[in-house]
Ligand binder design. Structure first.
Ligand SMILES: [Zn+2]
Length: 126
């Protein structure tokens, strides 16, 4: 049986990883979640002046070698790497999802919000 991978672009914050991996495995047919982390990654991806080549190179390993079909992008409550309010986080996740979808159009790109209780909600899927 072939392993099914997804890839998640998420904050480096240690509080978010297990809830997000668990949520993805419960809601999608995925066995393993490759993780690409940066502090406040939703803010980096939503800022068109930021250099995201390094992130894209890592993403391509997962998409090309692990055949990941789903790309998740997370933003979370109380983020030190991107200290904006919740509504602006969600907006940045939306922008980040569209930016990554334009680069990897063959993948489903899903935006996630991780709340103050570290529960996961889907914001968008394109
Ligand atoms: Zn964070």
């Amino acid at each position: 049986m072939k392993n099914k991978f997804a890839v998640c672009l998420n904050c480096m914050d240690g509080r978010v990883h297990l809830p997000v991996i668990q949520w993805i495995k419960e809601n999608y047919e995925v066995e393993y979640v490759d993780l690409i982390t940066e502090p406040g990654i939703d803010g980096i991806l939503a800022d068109f002046n930021s250099d995201i080549n390094d992130i894209i190179n890592k993403l391509e390993i997962s998409v090309d070698k692990h055949e990941s079909k789903y790309i998740f992008i997370g933003g979370h409550y109380d983020c030190l790497g991107h200290p904006v309010d919740n509504e602006n986080h969600k907006k940045d996740v939306m922008v980040a999802v569209e930016r990554i979808k334009n680069i990897k159009s063959s993948c489903k790109v899903i935006g996630l919000w991780i709340s103050d209780e570290f529960s996961v909600e889907k914001i968008t899927e394109i």
